[in-house]
Design a protein around this ligand. Structure first.
Ligand SMILES: *Cc1c(COP(=O)(O)O)cnc(C)c1O
Length: 414
């Protein structure tokens, strides 16, 4: 039977064990005396994220039910693919079951072999590297840069070997990667660039949308992403042959010559018409969601800037950050650690989430990368967390949350 990688934080050694986040604090509703204007806020928990389903979702899903088109054929799948690809300024969209398999499906079109290498940031969610692992290729890790927290493109050239086949830049928390140098190197070495855009719907790099910057991109529509289908994902690309092959592999690689005739090991990575119905309705609202998030981020930043020891999220001059999660770092100056501040917020009903634990410190990948160090990713893991970030967050909620952060600061400096 399958055995887990039984590595504990202590096994990483004292220095690395110290950067692994503690357990999530228990949320409770505030019981302190509070101004009446905040009463309604303090009597309920503010979740770190939640979907906003106020558009045509219900109407389109009912249409599926009423017309009997509930599985993986039906008009909403191509309609969603077209609408979402257009939002990404890409020619083709291939909808699939989730964001992880969108990445895997795109890589599967390359025909990678054992020994081939794919460059992946160590500061990312586990799905980015797992998608590479599924193909049998070897993931090669790269550190983040401190300005945008994204893959450090200055280290990229050193990571490329004769076995390198692909690079997966991940647009961290909604901030696009500096893609020009990535594409330049990729052109020079004949590499495939797959954007992991799971967190960056609508983000822009030098005025161009993510999802159309590399050779292909993978998006997620999980419930906490900027738009959601419950579960779902999509590849976007300008490459017609890649889109065709991905579409075929998505559906067991049925051949067009005759039914039940297969020339590839395909997958069942299909999306249902029901999910696509939700996805189309969400796509119609996407620009509004992005606007809300940017407005909320601007308010958060303007208020948090006044509190010493809080680092607010980056936005490079060439970037449009969509703030999938409003992410902050806690410096020593704040007077509380990240975990202490999270606990303080949780006591007041505010849910938060720690940053990713870098891939080289994951129990399952630890032995593979043992001894490798990625100082920027490790610093982010130690200091970072995100505040409530839903598109539906109100100004009043943001003021309440920042008020509690300020209170924590004052308590630490009393
Ligand atoms: C959410 C996410 C994924 C995976 O998407 P799922 O739909 O949950 O499979 C992949 N990469 C990154 C960076 C993500 O944040």
């Amino acid at each position: 039977m399958l055995k887990p990688a039984n590595i504990t934080p202590e096994d990483l050694g004292e220095e690395l064990a110290a950067i692994i986040p503690g357990k999530d604090p228990e949320l409770s509703v505030s019981i302190r005396r509070i101004p009446v204007s905040e009463l309604d806020l303090s009597s309920r928990i503010i979740p770190v994220c939640e979907p906003t389903l106020g558009g045509n979702e219900k109407k389109y899903v009912l249409d599926c039910l009423e017309t009997n088109w509930i599985s993986s054929a039906g008009k909403y799948i191509p309609a969603f693919e077209e609408a979402f690809a257009a939002k990404c300024q890409a020619r083709y969209g291939v909808a699939c079951a989730n964001g992880t398999v969108a990445l895997h499906l795109a890589l599967a079109t390359l025909g990678l072999e054992p020994g081939d290498e794919v460059i992946v940031p160590t500061f990312t969610m586990i799905a980015t590297i797992n998608a590479v692992t599924y193909t049998g290729a070897t993931p090669v890790l790269i550190d983040s840069e401190p300005e945008t927290w994204n893959m450090d493109v200055n280290q990229l050239a050193d990571k490329i070997t004769p076995r390198t086949k692909a690079i997966i830049p991940m647009h961290t928390y909604g901030h696009p990667v500096d893609m020009d140098p990535v594409m330049e190197l990729a052109d020079k070495h004949g590499l495939f660039v797959l954007e992991d855009a799971a967190e960056a719907h609508g983000a822009e790099y030098k005025g161009r949308r993510v999802g159309s910057l590399g050779h292909a991109a993978g998006f997620s529509f999980y419930a906490n992403k900027i738009i959601t289908t419950g579960e779902g994902g999509m590849i976007t690309t300008n490459d017609a042959a890649l889109a065709d092959l991905a579409r075929n592999l998505r559906d067991h690689a049925f051949s067009t010559e005759r039914h039940f005739w297969h020339k590839y090991v395909g997958f069942n990575y299909r999306m249902t018409n029901l999910q696509a119905a939700v996805g189309l309705a969400q796509t119609e609202q996407m620009d509004g969601f992005v606007e809300n998030r940017r407005r909320n981020a601007a308010l958060y930043t303007s208020l948090l800037k006044e509190i010493p020891g809080i680092v607010t999220p980056p936005e490079a001059s060439w970037a449009k950050n969509v703030y999938w999660m409003y992410s902050i770092l806690v410096q020593d100056e704040f007077g509380m650690t990240r975990d202490q501040l999270r606990a303080y917020l949780a006591k007041h009903g505010i849910e938060t989430r720690t940053f990713f634990i870098p891939l080289h410190l994951q129990p399952i990948y630890y032995e593979k990368y043992k001894g490798q160090r990625y100082p920027v990713a490790e610093m982010l893991c130690q200091r970072g967390f995100y505040l409530p970030s839903a598109s539906s967050l109100t100004e009043q909620q943001i003021r309440y949350i920042v008020g509690i952060v300020r209170e924590a600061y004052e308590e630490a400096h009393r």
